[in-house]
Design a protein around this ligand. Sequence first.
Ligand code: LLP
Length: 404
Amino acid sequence: MQYIKKKLKIENIYVENIAKKYSTPTYCYSYKLLKENINRFKRNFKSFSPLICFSVKSNNNLSLLREIKKFGFGADVVSIGELMIALKAGINPKKIVFSGVGKTPEEIKHAINKKILLINAESKSEIKEIDKIAKSVNKKVQIGVRLNPDTNAKTLNQISTGKKDDKFGVNKKTLIDIINFCNNSENLKLKCLSVHIGSQILDYKPYEKMLAVLNKILNESKHKFDFIDLGGGMGISYDKKSKKLDYKKYNNAIKKFLKKHKSKIIFEPGRSIVGNIGFLVSKVIYIKKSEKKDFIILDTAMNDLMRPALYGAEHKILPSIKSNQKSVKIYEFVGPICESTDKFSVIKNYQILKEKDLIIICDVGAYGMSLSSNYNLRPKPIELLIKGSKIKVIKKRQKVKDLL
Ligand code: LLP
């Protein structure tokens, strides 16, 4: 993304032209950035060639999944819907892992039928349910068990998953119990130990700690796991000041771990693959002046992009045409929804905006569209994939009449 003669372009397309042709709000994804992220991710860990299962919850657009699949990726899914869309995208079932604390019997049956690589279970009850279903269909099923390593990922509380009070995974005692249960089952093969300590992690140290916990537990349990699934969570820079995850250090820690435990590593990245590839183009509907600040009322809202309202997340907001005239008033960028949390950002010294101007909310490729809703009965935005000078509609804009 760059300004050419003060006008913003995504790859070779002016944002203005996107809005003219497809209206707003519009989600755009850059193929070039997707490809760069995928190749960088692979390069970072190439010495042990992990199985990389893209976390479908971060973005479930079918066309994007098809593109991601072409790079040899598998999928990490958490519902029957995600499993079905991953299969529809052509992802090999032998590269699909199914995570989540509350898989229903229907979901388990479907996963067994489709012969996916692993069902990563999160409780003893779930293991018993998988065993029962596997027995009833007379199949041997490969499973994983998710460990809660009680590691503080030092990320936002709402997206931390690896502390002992979080609902995810099982503790060491239950893990040992599960290993014994699986050893006595004719229908379960316990192949994988999985962990995922949280999302938007920018410090490699929690990962190091997580590996140390795994190391200790593997030594004690004496069970041979063919796969170690380290989850995802690698953070991205939403602003220039933020620190960057040191992939080299994370990679080195894994290499050290693998010297003692010869297993295939699985990753489940979402945000690090698609986060920065997405842009939400929106129009200023009104500017409402108040004493202390001006409200920039956009045609996009928290239903299209939940992250600011849900986690206080900050996303850069860029004007589609740059100017040097700064506003003396503070700008508060808000949506039209009837909630005070329908607010994207409060910015000082922003360039002066007018009604009908276009703005672009950045880094919305992960947990943007996938977390969107029809709240206030608002139709969901169109999604576009931009490849150089080409634009492909990869999901149509919902129509109000579809919602009635
Ligand atoms: N594996 C498991 C088991 C997960 O729960 C998650 C994310 C991932 C992989 C992918 O994590 P990633 O690489 O994308 O960080 N909606 C929040 C993030 C929630 C993450 C949930 N689990 C946000 O917008 O920040």
